[in-house]
Design a binder for this molecule. Structure first.
Ligand code: ZN
Length: 157
């Protein structure tokens, strides 16, 4: 089902991208630049190997400012999730229920590099802790694409 609202197009299960600009700074711009072309990169400490997400300038494990951006596969495992049934705004009534999940990204240490995003094309009963997901980047405009996840189905796991 698709409807139009003050937030633009509303689709069931999809939290609309209300943010139209990244408002990025030098610490986060590389993430958004990669997202715009469908790639997931995450800052990793070059001293101790700890990934940090959301991106921030200092490593929480060893306090180093040194980092490199590492491209990940975009596959991950649901660490936790919630099903949102109550619309946060009357214009979101056609979007609920939608799923928000915290995802542990493959290739990272997990904690400290988890990612919170909407899981789309998924009924609430299909997801559980431990479900495998893959990131997708939904085009918003020429400056921004929004990360979301889809369930990995069948042999893709
Ligand atoms: Zn470190």
């Amino acid at each position: 089902m698709t409807a139009t609202s003050s937030f633009g197009e509303i689709r069931k299960g999809v939290f609309p991208s209300m943010q139209k600009h990244t408002f990025a700074d030098p610490t986060t711009q590389p993430f958004w630049d990669a997202a715009r072309v469908g790639r997931l990169i995450v800052p990793c400490c070059t001293r101790c190997g700890t990934f940090r997400l959301p991106p921030y300038p200092i490593c929480y494990a060893c306090q180093s400012f040194d980092l490199e951006w590492v491209e990940l596969t975009g596959l991950g495992t649901v660490y936790s999730y919630t099903v949102v049934h109550h619309p946060l705004h009357p214009d979101l009534v056609d979007a609920v229920p939608y799923l928000s999940a915290i995802v542990e990204l493959d290739g990272t240490q997990g904690e400290g590099a988890r990612m919170l995003a909407n899981v789309i094309d998924c009924e609430p009963g299909e997801i559980s802790i431990g479900s495998r997901v893959r990131i997708i980047f939904e085009h918003v405009n020429d400056d921004m694409s929004t990360p979301r996840f889809r369930l990995v189905r069948g042999d893709e796991k």
